[in-house]
Design a protein around this ligand. Sequence first.
Ligand code: NAD
Length: 423
Amino acid sequence: MHDQKYNPYEQMLEVMEKSAKMLNLDTRDYEALKYPERELKVAIPVEMDDGTVRVFEGHRVQHSSSRGPCKGGIRYHPDVDINEVKALAALMTFKCAVVNLPCGGAKGAIRVEPAQLSKNELKRLTRRYTAMILPLIGPEKDIPAPDVNTNEEIMGWIMDTYSMFKGFTVHGVVTGKPVEIGGSLGRREATGRGVTCIVEEVLKHEGIQAEGARIAIQGMGNVGGTAAKLLYNRGCKIVAVSDVSCGLYCESGLDINDIMQYIECKNGRRLLEGYPAGGSIRRIGNEELLTCDVDVLIPAALENQVTEKIARQVKARIIVEAANGPTTVEADRILEERGIIVVPDILANAGGVTVSYFEWVQNNQAVLWREEIINSRLEEIMLQSFKDVMKKAQDYNTTLRMGAYILAMERLVKAKKMRGIFP
Ligand code: NAD
């Protein structure tokens, strides 16, 4: 997935440096933010169903705990590497600061293609990984959550494993769990719901009606699938969608309810593959999806998708980054020159960590909030954060990405100054 030149951690540092310059910060104010606080690499042995043993590489990186306990997802993917995990951990630090949560940033990953493992192998892998990162995680220290290829069931196994070691049930060690064992209502849809709020706000800001607005979505997993469903119900015209198996395009708008039903009812991998095309629906590739003529493009799959080459061909007026790090730094420059609005990941997909934070608060207080309360608090935070980022971008005459980083850097530097450097 990653070409040799692409180092997501260096890309993150470049953006951070730029925001620090715009804020006229002294390097001593943010020097520590250039380095993750802790990195743990583990070799995870798993007994496979056929009796053989395979060893998988795993990581947990805590980037910053200046504003509170670290928070960040766990990803299962065959291409993950340490620079990606470090970059994703840092993005979590900035994201939590943008939406003003009392949390820091972390990320975990296992280098694995989960589709090639049986459920029992996946369970043993998850439990052993949890045991090996146990010294780092905990409700007061670092609270994992779902990310690419991980879900509620896997979060439940993590909670159970951690609890077995402690000798009692610890709900607050992980978020995104099943509701029956301490999960929060609304968490599953939270990231996609937050993305939908942001799409509506940015359309309003640009004077485009949400009803009938043309939208393309890359990735139909937890985030992309939920955003597709909510935007479709809101009256938007979803003209293109894709996942790792294929893409679909329909000039007059796809029937998202039918597509979601197809994905959800297919056993196993929940893919678009095999969805009946023909008539007004045709199959498209990734590049065509990213460059089709729409009002809003929503990358909701992986990083490094909107590259320089793609950025030159993008026809969307607005890009809302539902995925983490989908746009390279070079591509970002091109999009800025071309006047294309980019709502950055650290704002656009912050709905997930926001409701994860709500879940953690509910766990700590042993209460359960109603779903309407969760959704309305989420909406309030997303809208306020959009306004705050927009104001910073206007005050500094810069992009929304730099506005978001400026806002986050101000909050992080303030927290660091107030705490001082130990000893
Ligand atoms: P997921 O595993 O549920 O879905 C990922 C989707 O991307 C799948 O549809 C998959 O087929 C598709 N995909 C993978 N490779 C692709 C490719 N090369 N081309 C096109 N599609 C491809 O993951 P998710 O939780 O929806 O996460 C998606 C993105 O959102 C990631 O960048 C993740 O870090 C970010 N994110 C997730 C959450 C969350 O709460 N789950 C929160 C914030 C950010």
